[in-house]
Design a protein around this ligand. Structure first.
Ligand SMILES: Nc1nc2c(ncn2[C@@H]2O[C@H](COP(=O)(O)OP(=O)(O)OP(=O)(O)O)[C@@H](O)[C@H]2O)c(=O)[nH]1
Ligand SMILES: [Mg+2]
Length: 376
């Protein structure tokens, strides 16, 4: 109303410049109004957005938390069968093609052979497994392809050595047992030591970790983490120092403190590097001289490396008299058949298998369960 009055007075004054001035005034007032209102709207909108963003963040976070929890839970629930799904699906898929045909022909044998070789069972073991089955078919004791499945499963189970898979621990020693852990680079030695340490601690044994991998500074730190996670003592040496003397010191300290078990880590090395294999032989000899006794030499083999594992087992065994194999990363490998090659061709028992990266992901190898998981 006030604006109209002013407008009327100005009109009455009838002066063009004044009219122009009033119009400019009105346009400015209108303009300011538009700017203020749009700012208000923007501010309100941005408040909503930031709430939404926070809510989304909270939602995201809670999803992640929920997913992680679910993942953890389901991971714990996973059986060996589930964890070896890569080997299982490739193997079971291949043999089911062969065993669902209407009759047993040369093609059946070719397909079975291919399935076994693809799972990295190895040429020698594959022939050994299939030979008795061919005899059964020849003698007409088996006539249907699907009857071959259970015969094959039995044959594969019986191929796995009947020798003990127990970890050698001599409680009557009156001195520390020493378990030396060897293998090529990145096979999973240090991780296995951490998991093993936790298992042995859970059995009530006192454990000392000897950081014999002096090659990399990070190796000692990695072992230190596992020592604190699993409640074990640790002895470390200087970077680049003599691994034998670190392990000797570890054993000496374990002896003095009446610690039950020394788990000795070593640097990864290629099995065809003569100098490094000699160094390992020395580590093995010296470890026995510190007051304890080497009761186990565990060769860690990465299951994803397949047949090369055989060559590793041969060479490491020559240098250190390997007493057992730990097959790691079976969870990520389709080549779990290497178990057969190692046991049947080298007669070294696979004692433990690694099924993941966390502290609980190490289990005793059970041949019957393993073979059954491959088929079902
Ligand atoms: N998925 C899976 N990963 C594993 C397993 N065992 C070890 N790893 C992983 O493999 C990698 C190498 O493990 P390390 O324990 O450092 O191997 P290493 O043999 O001590 O290696 P070097 O000391 O360098 O020779 C790490 O990322 C581990 O988490 C397993 O059973 N499953
Ligand atoms: Mg290591």
């Amino acid at each position: 109303m006030l604006a109209l009055d002013v407008f009327a007075q100005l009109i009455a004054a009838d002066t063009a410049p004044k009219i122009m001035l009033v119009l400019a005034l009105l346009v400015s007032i209108f303009g300011i109004g538009v700017v203020v209102s749009s700012r208000r709207n923007r501010a309100a909108a941005s408040q909503v957005t930031s709430h939404e963003t926070r809510d989304e963040t909270r939602d995201e976070t809670s999803h992640v938390t929920r997913d992680e929890t679910r993942h953890e839970t389901s991971k714990e629930d996973l059986s060996v069968r589930d964890r070896i799904s890569k080997t299982r699906s490739s193997f079971a898929g291949a043999i089911s093609v062969a065993l669902t045909r209407s009759s047993i022909t040369q093609q059946t044998w070719d397909e079975l052979e291919e399935a076994l070789l693809r799972a990295d069972v190895g040429v020698t073991t594959t022939s050994r497994v299939l030979a008795p089955l061919r005899e059964l078919v020849k003698a007409k004791k088996i006539t249907q392809p699907n009857d071959l499945a259970s015969a094959l499963q039995n044959e594969m189970t019986s191929q796995l050595s009947q020798i003990s898979r127990e970890l050698n621990y001599d409680s009557s020693l009156g001195a520390p047992n020493i378990w030396l852990v060897v293998g090529v680079n990145g096979a999973g030695k240090t991780t296995t030591i951490g998991k093993l340490s936790a298992q042995q601690r859970a059995l009530g044994r006192s454990v000392l970790l000897a950081a014999g991998d002096t090659f990399r500074a990070a190796a000692g730190e990695q072992l230190e983490t596992w020592a604190s996670r699993s409640g074990a003592e640790i002895v470390r040496g200087a970077e680049g120092g003599d691994p034998s003397s670190v392990i000797f010191d570890g054993v000496a300290r374990a002896t003095a403190q009446k610690i039950d078990l020394v788990l000795a880590d070593t640097a990864g090395r290629l099995q065809n590097n003569t100098n490094l294999m000699e160094e390992l032989a020395k580590v093995r000899r010296v470890a026995d001289k510190g007051g304890g006794k080497v009761t186990e030499v565990l060769l860690v083999i990465d299951a994803t490396t397949g047949q090369n594992g055989l060559s590793q087992a041969k060479q490491f065994s020559q240098s250190t008299q390997v007493t057992g194999v730990v097959l790691t990363k079976l969870d990520g490998s389709a080549k779990g058949g290497i178990v057969f090659a190692i046991e049947t061709e080298l007669a070294i028992p696979v004692k433990l298998v690694g099924l993941g990266e966390t502290i609980n992901d190490l289990v005793a190898f059970d041949a019957t369960e393993f073979v059954s998981a491959l088929f079902n």
